[in-house]
Design a protein around this ligand. Structure first.
Ligand code: PEP
Ligand code: MG
Length: 325
């Protein structure tokens, strides 16, 4: 398999009928950069920054973060790098940050909710990112956004820190794109509003599925209900992609679903611009896309979106959408 996929390392991500997409990598540690580059990633679609904060006794300072962000941007040599701000809470805890125990941690005090309260911590991450921005092609996105107010508040803090840095003489890029993760159904449903206020949207299906179907993504007893191809999930994804297009913004996906063999033809047919995934899925997905016709896939979308069950969707894809012929 490796042998057969090797040529795709240096090829563009392009469908059989010439439709161009971007295949990017997800990273959780600086060492992952080499892995995704070796696999032929065209950028980083999700840099999970939690590792900087976990398994240690105190908060990382601004300098330490700046060094890591700068290194990653430099290694990527101008390719896009989407950094997600801290997504802590839920299942991920920090030993030095006392948080109240919660009945429903996944519905609780986490990610952007926590960052907007713990402003000192959040501002230091934003400053580190802003200072690193001149070393590459940085894009920043906020996790777990449920309301437009949160997105505006997060952007406001970023602009404040930028103003402060610039007036103190620091160099900050003027072309940083600001986006958000669409991983809560409320955000997907009003994606048209977010698309007017953001430079890009990135669909986080790991959480979007969990919250749409009300299935804990870690609970094995209900894992059969965790269905990427649930028609409700597909309809939400379509809403998000259509909203982005309508407002001239690009839209990516950084949840596992972006590299899922059954989902890829549907996502391509829907017009997803960027597919971001673990290194191990990149070449397989690029090869798969090269054999599909975007135009043909798009013609099937209306039918697919009317199917009743995830099983129906999977059978349909297997039967009709496996290659361009
Ligand atoms: C997601 O929710 O799809 C996602 C990419 O973020 P994480 O898996 O880190 O929650
Ligand atoms: Mg998530």
């Amino acid at each position: 398999v490796e042998q057969k996929l090797a040529p795709y390392r240096s090829l563009a991500s392009i469908s059989a009928d010439g439709y161009r997409v971007e295949i990017a990598g997800n990273i959780g540690k600086p060492e992952d950069v080499e892995k995704i580059l070796e696999a032929g990633a065209e950028g980083i679609g999700l840099f999970r920054t939690e590792f900087l904060y976990m398994e240690r006794q105190r908060l990382p300072d601004e300098e330490e973060q700046f060094t890591v962000y700068r290194q990653i941007l430099e290694k990527m040599q101008g390719k896009p790098v989407v950094v997600r701000t801290l997504d802590i809470g839920g299942d991920k805890q920090l030993p030095y940050l006392e948080l109240p125990s919660e009945m429903n941690p996944f519905l609780g005090y986490r990610a952007i909710r926590l960052c907007l309260q713990e402003q000192k911590m959040f501002r230091s991450q934003l400053r580190a990112l802003l200072r690193a921005s001149v070393y590459g092609n940085l894009k920043i996105m906020f996790p777990m956004i449920a309301t437009v107010d949160e997105f505006r508040a997060a952007k406001e803090l970023l602009y404040e820190e930028k103003k402060r840095l610039v007036s103190s003489g620091a160099a900050v890029s003027e072309t940083i794109e600001i986006g958000l993760m669409i991983e809560i159904p409320s955000a997907a449903i009003i994606a048209d509003i977010f698309a007017q206020e953001a430079d890009f949207l990135s669909i986080g299906t790991n959480d979007l599925i969990q919250y749409t179907v009300a299935v804990d993504r870690m609970n094995e007893n209900v894992s059969a209900l965790y269905q990427p191809c649930h028609p409700a999930v597909l309809r939400l994804i379509k809403m998000v992609i259509d909203a982005a297009k309508q407002h001239g913004k690009w839209v990516g996906m950084c949840g596992e679903m972006a590299g899922d063999k059954v989902a890829v033809p549907i996502l391509l047919g829907l017009g997803l611009d960027e597919f971001s995934m673990d290194a191990s899925s990149i070449l397989k997905t690029r090869a798969q896309i090269s054999k599909l016709s975007k135009e043909q896939l798009t013609a099937h979308i209306e039918t697919i979106l009317k199917l009743a069950t995830a099983g129906d969707v999977e059978s349909y894809v297997q039967k009709h959408l496996t290659s361009a012929e």
